[in-house]
Design a binder for this molecule. Structure first.
Ligand SMILES: [Fe+2]
Ligand SMILES: [Fe+2]
Length: 468
């Protein structure tokens, strides 16, 4: 069996010798990277994973036991759309780009590389979590996300190899050389250099950071560069499961905490081994803020250029917007001027990062409402919330300024005094870390989290999701 029979694909890989040669060189490096930086341990265990073997509804979620190094990383694009058009920007209505347009080559490569870099980065961030998983169900979900992020890297590397020639091949190599959190060769975006030390981090990451991915991919799924559009559309089908893991993971933590709060005599669930709500809130604040940064500056000439060129659109551009040129109009943006928050009008195209961030925030608010429903159902008066979009930002208009959790400007000195009430302290992290103990067993679950409502693929929770 040739190497390429092992790579499920719908891009006629077997008929493209040039692409085969490029991937043939890259594949061993990828496997080295996976062994070095992928999940620590568990390489010999059978894991109940889904594999995409085609893009048809019957084929993209094929479940079976697989050892992770044998996972079949596939290359899939949604089917070609005959007569696809550019859906927005200066070339609105013209035929979609089937090849890379010369004048946008650098911009397009940068968009693809930035997205691609997040995929291996997240695998690196999560690599040690298997040892402290709360249940086999969660362990399997972790590994599912890991192998799919690996596949997303494949999907992006396919585009680099297929459409960008030599510099594409160089970029593909560099994607395997950068390392999350390494000061000498960090990953491109900062949220992807932040450590994911415990499972609350992991659930927040899949909730907030993977959700940024959903919005970035949605904007790229509108792209006038047809291969990118089709690649991202298929990735989005997998991404939904990652966010499900995050959203329901946090929900299960909240539920367990609420139950233990009621059980404890003084309402303090700590002594019963729960993660206190105030620590959950701080983790939310931290990961939400870092994930907001991923959208880029509030007022951005890049966003305007990408839109004008037809490379990166808006969230659900066709369904939610009527004017796809977006040349007139302004968006109001709060900026800091002379130690005050003032309104600035930005031309629509320059404000598209902020518009996308707004969609993202709405989506998160929906999840917060769902989590608070759990607290209501359990008869508690406490509520969780999202901090202001200005809080603890490192990128854009608010970077370099200090805000309280509600978004009011404060001094750096005040911020430093109050930060331990808003962001996880090292003591909080130790406390959470101490609850994360090894030794998951079939059908059992750690004390600090509630079991899921059902297993995966209609299997019960006590299914042997990983054979240890
Ligand atoms: Fe991904
Ligand atoms: Fe993801």
């Amino acid at each position: 069996m040739s190497l390429f029979d092992r790579i499920p694909n719908n891009v006629n890989l077997s008929e493209d010798p040039r692409l085969q040669r490029a991937l043939e060189k890259w594949l061993p490096d990828y496997l080295d990277w996976w062994r070095q930086m992928g999940p620590d341990g568990f390489l010999e265990n059978d894991v109940y994973l889904r594999t995409a073997v085609s893009v048809e509804p019957s084929g993209w979620a094929h479940f079976d036991y697989v050892k992770m190094p044998d996972y079949r990383w596939g290359i899939f694009l949604t089917p070609p759309e005959p007569e696809a058009k550019i859906g927005f920007g200066d070339n609105y209505g013209k035929p979609a780009y089937l090849e890379v347009p010369g004048e946008f080559r650098n911009a397009l490569r940068r968009l693809i590389v930035t997205q691609a870099d997040t995929e291996p980065a997240s695998v690196e961030q999560q690599r040690r979590l298997g040892h402290t998983c709360p249940s086999l169900y969660d362990l399997r979900n972790l590994f599912q996300v890991n192998v799919e992020e690996g596949r997303h890297l494949w999907a992006m590397v396919y585009l680099l190899h297929k459409y960008f020639g030599r510099d594409g091949r160089e970029e593909a190599e560099e994607l395997l050389q950068r390392r999350s959190g390494n000061p000498d060769k960090p990953r491109i975006l900062q949220a992807f250099n932040e450590p994911c030390g415990d499972w609350l981090d992991y659930f927040c990451f899949t909730m907030f950071t993977d959700r940024d991915g959903k919005y970035q991919l949605s904007a790229l799924a509108e792209s006038g560069f047809e291969p990118l559009r089709r690649t991202c559309r298929f990735m989005l089908t997998e991404e939904a499961h990652h966010m499900f893991i995050g959203e329901t993971g946090i929900e299960r933590v909240i539920k367990r905490t609420a139950q233990l709060m009621k059980e404890s005599k003084n309402g303090d669930a700590r002594e019963l081994g729960a993660i206190p709500l105030d620590i959950i809130q701080k983790y939310i604040n931290y990961w939400y803020a870092y994930s907001l940064d991923l959208f880029g500056g509030e007022i951005s000439s890049n966003s305007a250029d990408f839109f004008a060129a037809g490379l990166k659109g808006r969230y659900r551009e066709q369904e939610l917007h009527r004017d796809h040129i977006a040349i007139g109009g302004v968006v109001n943006i709060a900026v800091v001027e002379g130690n005050q928050i003032r309104n600035r009008e930005a031309p629509t195209r320059n404000a598209l990062n902020e518009v996308l961030r707004g969609e993202y925030t709405k989506d998160n608010e929906r999840a917060l409402a769902r989590w608070n429903k759990i607290l209501v159902e359990e008869g508690l008066t406490e509520r969780l919330y999202l901090p202001s979009m200005r809080f603890y930002r490192r990128v854009g208009e608010y970077a370099g300024h200090y805000f309280d959790i509600h978004g009011s400007l404060i001094s750096q000195a005040e911020f430093e005094v109050r930060a331990p009430a808003w962001l996880p302290t090292s003591q909080d992290r130790e406390e959470v870390g101490a609850l994360m103990t090894p030794g998951a067993e079939r059908g059992k679950i750690a004390n600090w989290i509630a079991p899921p409502k059902t297993g995966i693929n209609r299997k019960p929770f006590d299914f042997e999701f990983v054979r240890l």
